[in-house]
Ligand binder design. Structure first.
Ligand SMILES: Nc1ncnc2c1ncn2[C@@H]1O[C@H](COP(=O)(O)OP(=O)(O)OP(=O)(O)O)[C@@H](O)[C@H]1O
Ligand SMILES: [Mg+2]
Length: 497
């Protein structure tokens, strides 16, 4: 019997990169296959080829034993192959229902049947675990919710083969649980699922089999019994990673960042105060929508503060402009790299130099090519950023490598206070480890590090102290000794310890 889907000898080259080298892959009905590999290994490219987004240079795709060749996304959808993109792909100016049915709007006498579209969209959204009004504008949704709209969109086409490229990277624990329920239902109804994730705990939970790519080649498969954290890491990076979470010995000093009576636009009725000491790493936990990103943005001054004071090293930072925050020694690595992190058309060196060049503005406004190359070399090495040669536009790099560029850009300015919003979202295990090492190194040098994360393991392992947010306020604080998954969840859902 042949597999529901079979890829044989898939080849893909981009100018300068041999992205896929004779890759084979198969998946059966009702099977969840996890596709793993480091940033830039070729996972998204392979899936885009399967879903008709890109054309292969060679090889064969078989669906139900028949050779198929998809010239467009529409053709792939017709054959039952749907892809949920890693970089979200929704139409900002349309409402949720219109996005779910984009290109396939139900019509009556040649006019879009809006009532039916909204009704049916509601059903699919529910199945994807999202209970919102289908006429909500997409631009009003958080990343987590947009991700769920993407899932509803794929469910609505009744896909037989559903590809999820890092679906949980911006979902909370609860939302991830919901997604796993959806996956179980789909599996039971015979849908084949290809699941890409850098969260190995999830893979262990959800996958029936694992296929690993490295540098565009298939390294091998692991069956259900063979799946373990160690076996997956070894296959992906080709070596064991020791001390995944580094621990420093450093001393904690004076408060560097002090926040007092802060009120944000998102939760105008709530006010927050906390401080972070030199050498301290503080994790901000909470459910998606608890106001964590809004808090960081208000501290940094991207968003207006309604009230409150922020001090760095005892000096008042008035707020209202990121430029002032940067001058005071603050850096913010944002959550949505596509929106506020990068200039996608520019190269790595230029992106890495954006902040430092703005800060040390050069009289006359020349762009300093040599400084750019220096930063590119240093940060590129420290973060192991993988490009297809100098000058590659950042927009063409793999998702995880883009994330590294965002972080590298802010680290290059050597901040006193580093604010990170979901810093390891979408980065591979090796790069995660490198980001942790960089956070620790900053703390050890007496800087204050604050990070928002929805990855429970990471929050528990990396934080000296955890602040838990619930509906726009600080629900509680946990010391390293008090910290546990149960304690974080209790506070995050509005409970007490
Ligand atoms: N449109 C493109 N033009 C040029 N190079 C590309 C393009 N798309 C992908 N690449 C390159 O192909 C390689 C594979 O990228 P791909 O996005 O498939 O990686 P990935 O395994 O999905 O990584 P990640 O985990 O970071 O998402 C990378 O070196 C990337 O820079
Ligand atoms: Mg990818």
């Amino acid at each position: 019997m042949s597999a529901l889907l079979e890829l044989r000898g898939i080849e893909k080259r981009f100018s300068g990169v041999h992205a896929l080298k004779a890759v084979d892959l198969h998946v059966d009905e009702g099977e969840v296959l996890a596709l793993l590999g480091e940033n830039g290994a070729g996972k998204s490219t392979l899936m885009k080829i399967l879903a008709g987004v890109q054309r292969a240079d060679g090889g064969e795709i078989r669906v139900g034993g028949e050779v198929r060749s998809f010239r467009s996304v529409a053709e792939a959808l017709e054959a039952g192959v749907a892809l949920i993109h890693q970089e979200l792909n929704l139409a900002e100016n349309l409402d949720v229902a219109a996005n779910v049915f984009l290109g396939r709007e139900p019509s009556r006498w040649g006019v879009i049947d809006a009532a039916r579209m909204h009704r049916e969209a509601g059903t699919w959204l529910k199945k994807a675990g999202l209970e919102i009004d289908p006429s909500t504008a997409v631009s009003e949704l958080s990343i987590g919710r947009r991700q769920q709209v993407e899932i509803a969109k794929a469910l609505a086409v009744n896909a037989r083969i559903l590809i999820m490229d890092e679906p949980t990277s911006s979902l909370s624990e609860t939302e991830t649980r919901k997604l796993f329920d959806v996956i179980r239902d789909l599996k039971a109804s015979g849908v084949a699922i290809i699941y890409i994730s850098h969260r190995l705990g999830e893979v262990q939970e959800v996958a029936d089999r694992v296929t690993v790519l490295r540098d565009g080649e298939k390294v091998g498969d692991l069956d259900k019994e063979g799946i373990s954290h160690e076996s997956m890491v070894r296959m992906m990076v080709g070596r064991d990673l020791d001390a995944f979470f580094p621990r420093r010995q450093g001393e904690v000093g004076e408060p560097v960042l002090e926040v007092d009576g802060l009120r944000t636009l998102a939760f105008p009725a709530e006010s927050m105060g906390f401080s972070v000491r030199a050498g301290e790493i503080v994790g901000i936990a909470g459910l998606v929508g608890a106001g964590r990103s809004e808090m960081l943005q208000a501290v940094f001054g991207v968003d207006r503060r309604l009230a409150g004071e922020v001090r760095v090293g005892g000096r008042l930072v008035r707020g209202g402009s990121p430029a002032e925050a940067i001058a005071a020694g603050m850096a913010l690595v944002p959550e949505d790299r596509k929106r506020d992190g990068l200039v996608l058309e520019m190269g790595v060196g230029e992106n890495l130099s954006l902040v430092t060049l703005a800060r040390d503005a050069f009289p006359g406004g020349f762009r300093r090519g040599s400084a750019e190359r220096q930063v590119e070399k240093e940060m590129g090495e420290a973060m192991r950023i993988k490009t297809a040669g100098a000058g590659q536009a950042v927009g063409r790099m793999s998702g995880g490598n883009q994330q590294k560029v965002v972080i590298g850009k802010w680290l290059a300015m050597d901040p006193e206070v580093l604010l990170l919003d979901e810093p390891t979202r979408g980065v591979d295990v090796g790069a995660k480890h490198e980001i942790y090492v960089l956070m620790e190194a900053l703390a050890e040098r007496g800087k204050a590090v604050v990070f928002v994360s929805s990855d429970m393991v990471e929050v528990l392992a990396m934080s000296d102290r955890i602040l838990v947010m619930h509906e726009g306020r600080l629900g509680g604080e946990l010391s390293r000794e008090q910290a546990s998954e149960e304690a974080v969840m209790a506070l995050a859902t509005g409970g007490k310890l």
